[in-house]
Write a protein that binds this ligand. Structure first.
Ligand SMILES: CC(=O)N[C@H]1[C@@H](OP(=O)(O)OP(=O)(O)OC[C@H]2O[C@@H](n3ccc(=O)[nH]c3=O)[C@H](O)[C@@H]2O)O[C@H](CO)[C@@H](O)[C@@H]1O[C@H](C)C(=O)N[C@@H](C)C(=O)N[C@H](CCC(=O)O)C(=O)O
Ligand SMILES: Nc1ncnc2c1ncn2[C@@H]1O[C@H](COP(=O)(O)OP(=O)(O)OP(=O)(O)O)[C@@H](O)[C@H]1O
Ligand SMILES: N[C@H](CCC[C@H](N)C(=O)O)C(=O)O
Ligand SMILES: [Mg+2]
Length: 491
């Protein structure tokens, strides 16, 4: 493709010098530039790509996209926003791959990863070749690639969609974070179905207020349905029990389908039973009802299953097919993952890293526990500071024993993060053990048969980020070691 053809994706720009070279790739990291690349200069939070333009040209870049002056020998295309241009160029360069398959996007504070895996299972059961993009990995068929972000930037995203198209993917599901929506990472992506799980506090470092956070998530719904030919319906799947859904309903041009337990909803769960084996309930949908016995514990997972069912329903998957798929799912790694042992203690590793998810997981564990509920909780560094006291409070209120520890302190002082947590607790007992390994060992050592130990916050993560160092750390491995060291059930 030559430069002028690539540039048809961004009809408004200023080019500083003549030239129409052949373009072999688009890159936004100068280290990946090779002969024939266009290099897009992105002004990031830690690095300004404009400063790498010269080096990119030395490495073979034949054109530069910039929003600030750069002095190089090849044509420079000036645009208002290189991030926005990148999404448009990427979608065009890769041939608008999302037009070739059915795409379901999921947004919401909690439950995206879980719901995306449920939807993937449903789509597979109905015979689709699937793709999945999310917190844990990007998956095409059975092949997975690790991800740095829940929703990658637009270039990686379109490249991945293009690979999906080539691999014959017929339906895909992806998590769409509020960061991604705000930064336009999904611009140029065509969703057929958008799912909303819930909205509670998180990420107030990035979005500043809950209103801004809600609006960012709303972009998934406000962009849905307006650019499609009327013969291809688009659907917004909204949680009737979350009041943000009313805002999203008002924003969208898509068909709206609601799910829920409390408010009147199009797809509703009734006769819910929560047991240690999971959940059992009946889903009522337009024209019928179907019983579901899921191995996923907790009321919040009933919501995730309903959301997945609703997405499958509007994607024309038969309810019977969905039932089989949903009942097959034993769990998602790091979400309510039990660490098996013969010491009579329930050890649960869970990815709860928000106040609401922590309350949910502890409330789920409580009725399943004969003895005490022990919670090990930390809060991430360089993340929303205002959730720290709330998470500490949730641990003290919903567990019998709360241990505060470290969870990816990143550039912050772990003691300062713990002090922020402590500020949320008034008149309740807790223990501070800064070293996460020691915290897990101590909790498991002192747990009695019948007790539950909830290790929250890291879930599937296999690292602890301290400063800039990424150390191997896996809650499940550490818990297993601690259980192996534990004497016959009593410390
Ligand atoms: C705050 C934030 O969103 N940061 C994202 C951002 O990083 P950044 O702005 O620091 O990037 P940068 O390092 O300054 O680089 C700027 C540009 O220069 C380029 N570069 C950089 C270095 C170099 O030597 N040469 C070069 O050309 C880079 O390729 C980039 O194009 O752009 C990076 C590349 O796309 C992202 O990986 C990174 O996510 C970081 C890892 C992150 O932690 N993001 C979090 C806050 C986030 O986005 N989370 C959401 C939600 C998670 C959830 O569900 O709760 C997510 O979707 O992951
Ligand atoms: N529907 C839900 N409502 C509230 N809490 C939930 C829900 N589903 C899962 N959780 C809790 O949130 C944690 C994270 O779940 P999951 O990974 O599915 O969410 P996510 O939205 O993908 O999170 P992230 O934004 O970090 O990617 C779970 O471990 C569980 O404790
Ligand atoms: N997607 C979330 C994950 C948080 C996980 C927790 N372990 C932490 O590091 O805070 C974030 O980046 O804020
Ligand atoms: Mg996720």
């Amino acid at each position: 493709m030559d430069l002028s053809t690539v540039l048809t994706a961004i009809p408004f720009y200023r080019q500083d010098k003549e030239g129409n070279p052949t373009i072999t790739s688009i890159e936004n990291d100068h280290r990946l530039v090779s002969d024939g690349s266009i290099f897009i200069c992105i002004k990031g939070y830690t690095f300004d790509g404009h400063n790498a333009a010269k080096e990119a040209v030395e490495k073979g870049a034949v054109a530069i996209i910039a929003e600030q002056p750069v002095d190089v020998s090849v044509p420079v295309i000036y645009v208002r926003s290189t991030k926005r241009a990148m999404a448009q160029l990427a979608a065009h360069f890769y041939g608008h791959p999302t037009e070739s398959f059915h795409l379901i996007g999921i947004t919401g504070t909690n439950g995206k990863t879980t719901t995306s895996h449920l939807i993937d299972e449903i789509l597979r059961a109905s015979g689709e070749t699937t793709g999945l993009i999310g917190t844990m990995y990007m998956k095409i068929g059975d092949e997975t690639v690790e991800t740095k972000n829940t929703t990658p930037e637009s270039l990686t995203l379109q490249k991945t969609f293009s690979k999906m198209k080539t691999a014959g993917v017929s339906a895909a599901v992806m998590e769409v974070s509020s960061h991604a929506l705000q930064e336009g990472r999904t611009n140029g992506t065509q969703f057929n179905v958008a799912v909303f799980t819930n909205l509670t506090q998180d990420h107030l470092d990035f979005h500043r207020t809950m209103d801004e956070y809600r609006t960012a998530k709303g972009l998934l719904f406000s962009r849905l349905g307006s650019s499609f030919h009327s013969s291809t319906p688009t659907f917004a799947i909204l949680n009737a029990d979350d009041k943000a859904s009313q805002v999203y309903e008002a924003m969208t041009a898509a068909h709206v389908v609601t799910y829920g337990l409390e408010q009147d909803a199009d797809i509703q769960a009734k006769e819910i039973q929560l047991t240690s084996a999971g959940t059992a309930f009946t889903i009522h949908y337009p024209g019928g009802m179907i019983g579901i016995k899921s191995k996923l514990a907790g009321l919040f997972n009933v919501y995730n299953i309903l959301a997945a069912f609703a997405a499958g329903f509007v994607s024309n998957v038969a309810p019977e097919t969905m039932k089989h798929a949903l009942e097959r799912v034993v769990g998602v790694a790091g979400r309510f993952e039990m660490v098996s042992n013969d010491k009579g203690v329930s050890v649960i590793v869970d990815y709860a890293h928000t106040p609401d998810s922590l309350v949910n997981v502890l409330e789920t564990v409580r009725p399943l526990t004969k003895g005490r509920v022990i919670a090990i909780v930390g809060c991430g560094g360089d993340r929303d500071k205002t959730k720290r006291p709330l998470m500490a409070q949730a641990a003290c209120e919903h567990a019998d024993e709360a241990i505060f520890t470290s969870d990816n302190p990143r550039s912050e002082d772990p003691a300062a993060i713990l002090a922020d947590m402590e500020s949320g607790v008034v008149g309740q007992e807790y223990t501070i053990i800064e070293d996460r390994k020691e915290a897990i060992h101590r909790a498991i050592k002192f747990a009695q048969p019948g007790d539950s130990v909830v290790i929250a916050g890291k879930g599937h993560e296999t690292y602890q980020i301290i400063g800039r160092t990424v150390l191997h750390f896996d809650d499940r491995e550490v818990a297993k070691e601690a259980l192996a060291d534990k004497k016959g059930g009593f410390a």
